[in-house]
Design a protein around this ligand. Structure first.
Ligand code: NAP
Length: 273
C-alpha cells in the first residue's frame, strides 16, 4: 500500500497527544502511514476539509473547536455522529468524506478494559458539554439504565438529557446512588487541580472515572482511590477513541495495539512541560 497521511485538526494542537498515539499505532500495525498535527483556527474547518480532498489526506482526527461544524461539512455521517451532530473522525469512501464519532465508544471501551461493566449500571456524569453528550449516548446504547447529568449551568444540559430516555438532570445528592461517577468537565486539568465534586460523596463500591488525563492521576482520582473506589483515568478514553479511528482508517481486519498507543502517550506526558 502506498504511503498515506493522517492528521489532527484543532486549535490549539501544540500539546496534542494524538500524533504520538497514532504514530505508535501505525508502527505497531506495520503500515506506511504518517500523522501530523495541523493548527486550524476557528472558522477554517471548511478550508481544512477542502485541503483533505485536494491533498488526498486519508484520515483526520477532529478536535476543539471543529467537531460540530465538521459534522455539517462532510458528505456522510455515521450513526453516532448523526445523533450527536459531532465528528471526531473523518475518513474517505472514494470521493466522499465520512464523519464518525468515536469518543463515547472509546470511553465505554476504556471502562471495559478496566473491567467495569456498564450494562445495567447507574451513572452520574458531571458536565454536559460535547464529551459528556458522547458518553451519555454510548453508555445508554451499552445498557446503562440510569444516567444523571450534573452541570454548573443546568440549562446547558438539555441536549445531553434529550439523547436518551434513561438520562435526566440531577443534583449532587444523586452521586451516592451511582455505580459509576464521571468527571466530564475540565476541572482538575493542569497544575491547579480542583474537584468536580466533593470526594466525601463517594462510596467505596463506586467506580470513579475522569476524562482529564493531564495530570494522569488527578487529585479527584487520588481522593477517590483513598476512599476505596476503583478509578479510571482519562487516557484510556483518549487511546480507545483513537484506536477506533485507526480501525476506521485501516479497516476491520487491522490489529490495533492499544498498549503501544498508551505507552507512547505516557512517554509524552512524562516529558518535562
Ligand atoms: P465543553 O463542550 O466545553 O464542555 C465543558 C463542560 O464542563 C460544560 O458542561 C461546562 O459547564 C463544564 N465546566 C467547565 N468549566 C467548569 C467549571 N469551572 N465548573 C463547573 N463546570 C465547568 O468541553 P468538552 O469537549 O465536553 O470537554 C470536557 C472535558 O473532557 C475537557 O477537560 C476535555 O479535555 C475532556 N475530554 C477528554 C477526552 C478524553 O479522551 N479523555 C475526550 C474529550 C474531552 P457549563 O455548561 O456550565 O459551561
Amino acid at each position: 500500500m502506498a504511503a498515506r497521511l493522517a492528521a489532527v485538526i484543532g486549535s490549539p494542537v501544540t500539546h496534542s497527544l494524538s500524533p504520538a498515539i497514532h504514530r505508535a499505532a501505525f508502527a505497531a500495525a506495520g503500515v506506511d502511514w504518517s500523522y501530523v498535527a495541523f493548527d486550524v483556527a476557528d472558522g477554517e474547518a471548511e478550508a481544512a476539509l477542502d485541503a483533505m480532498r485536494t491533498l488526498g489526506i486519508a484520515g483526520l482526527s477532529v478536535t476543539m473547536p471543529h467537531k460540530t461544524v465538521v459534522s455539517q461539512l462532510v458528505d456522510r455521517l455515521d450513526a453516532a455522529a448523526l445523533r450527536l451532530k459531532s465528528v471526531n473522525t473523518v475518513s474517505r469512501d472514494g470521493a466522499a468524506l465520512v464523519g464518525s464519532s468515536t469518543d463515547g465508544a472509546g470511553f465505554v471501551a476504556s471502562l471495559d478494559e478496566a473491567g467495569v461493566d456498564v450494562d445495567g449500571a447507574k451513572v452520574a456524569i458531571i458536565g454536559a458539554g460535547g464529551a459528556a453528550r458522547s458518553l451519555v449516548d454510548a453508555l445508554a446504547r451499552a445498557g446503562s439504565i440510569d444516567i444523571v447529568i450534573l452541570n454548573r449551568t443546568p440549562a446547558n444540559a438539555a441536549d445531553a438529557v434529550a439523547l436518551t430516555p434513561v438520562a435526566s438532570l440531577g443534583a449532587l445528592s444523586d452521586i451516592g446512588r451511582a455505580d459509576i461517577v464521571v468527571n466530564a468537565t475540565s476541572i482538575g486539568m493542569g497544575e491547579n487541580g480542583g474537584f468536580p465534586c466533593d470526594p466525601s460523596l463517594f462510596r467505596e463500591t463506586q467506580v470513579v472515572a475522569d476524562l482529564v488525563y493531564h495530570p494522569l492521576e488527578t487529585q479527584w482520582l487520588t481522593a477517590a482511590a483513598e476512599r476505596g473506589c476503583r478509578t479510571v483515568d482519562g487516557l484510556g478514553m483518549l487511546v480507545h477513541q483513537a484506536a477506533l479511528q485507526q480501525q476506521i482508517w485501516l479497516g476491520d481486519e487491522a490489529v490495533i495495539d492499544t498498549a503501544a498507543m498508551r505507552a507512547a502517550a505516557e512517554a509524552v506526558l512524562a516529558l518535562p512541560a
